[in-house]
Design a protein. Structure first.
Length: 234
């Protein structure tokens, strides 16, 4: 569904991604794991059009999207939930969700999706008129995911959804990610909590200093001694 072929990305003189290739198959959860600074977020930003690759190619459903504008990529159905949530703090929960649908004109569909978001995240319904800045970290993460769902993503790019959350909330967020996937959205997940990521993913890629050093089924990687030592702490 989404194919990244041999992309190179630079930040000034820094070679951030070195010939990265990966495949995201429809209906799956694919995860990218690796240490801080390995290039995980850079990969997502390049797919979503926020960074331009120096070379290589990105295709979505057979269409070349390399270097396309970010909003055009969203229109095609590739939607990113940014690291650090990035909700609009001074706007209400409802306004944040409405912004997620800003490229859409199907009023009935938007209303239906809003109801779906509120049934999936009842906490957001309770706080619908509160300003987003007053929400807890976990609620802001739910809002960021809800806002992305309002764009009707075919592929959701999730950047560090568990960052800074209490362990109990991490469980919640991950079961929500599984639900979103089960209801038909393909997911590309960047996550520092490798253990949780591998527990829900179908396939995983391991990044080290801008290169993919390992890939395979999430189950295989979770059982690999090398991965356990490096990322799972045992």
């Amino acid at each position: 569904m989404l194919k990244v072929e041999n992309i190179d990305v630079y930040y000034g003189a820094i070679h951030a991604l070195k010939g990265i290739s990966l495949d995201v198959e429809e209906g799956q959860i694919i995860t990218l794991i690796g240490a801080n600074g390995a290039g995980k977020s850079t990969t997502l930003k390049t797919i979503s059009g926020l960074l331009k690759p120096k070379s290589g190619k990105i295709t979505f459903e057979g269409q070349d999207i390399t270097g396309k504008k970010a909003q055009d990529i969203v229109k095609l159905g590739v939607v990113q939930v940014p690291e650090g949530r990035r909700v609009f703090a001074n706007m209400s929960v409802l306004e944040n969700l409405e912004l997620g649908a800003f490229l859409r004109t199907d009023k009935a569909g938007i209303k239906e999706d809003m109801e779906k978001v509120f049934s999936r995240f009842p906490r957001l319904l309770e706080r619908k008129s509160q300003s987003a800045g007053t929400l807890s970290g976990g609620e802001q993460q739910m809002l960021a995911m809800g806002r992305a769902l309002m764009a009707r993503p075919r592929v959701m790019l999730l950047d560090e959804p568990s960052m800074g959350l209490a362990p109990l909330l991490v469980q919640d967020i991950f079961s929500i990610i599984k639900e979103i996937n089960a209801s038909g959205t393909t997911i590309l997940l960047v996550e520092q909590n490798a253990h949780m990521a591998l527990s829900i993913a179908h396939k995983a890629y391991v990044l080290e200093t801008g290169k993919i050093v390992l890939s395979g089924s999430a189950k295989e990687l979770a059982e690999s001694d090398e991965i356990r030592k490096a990322y799972l702490g045992h």
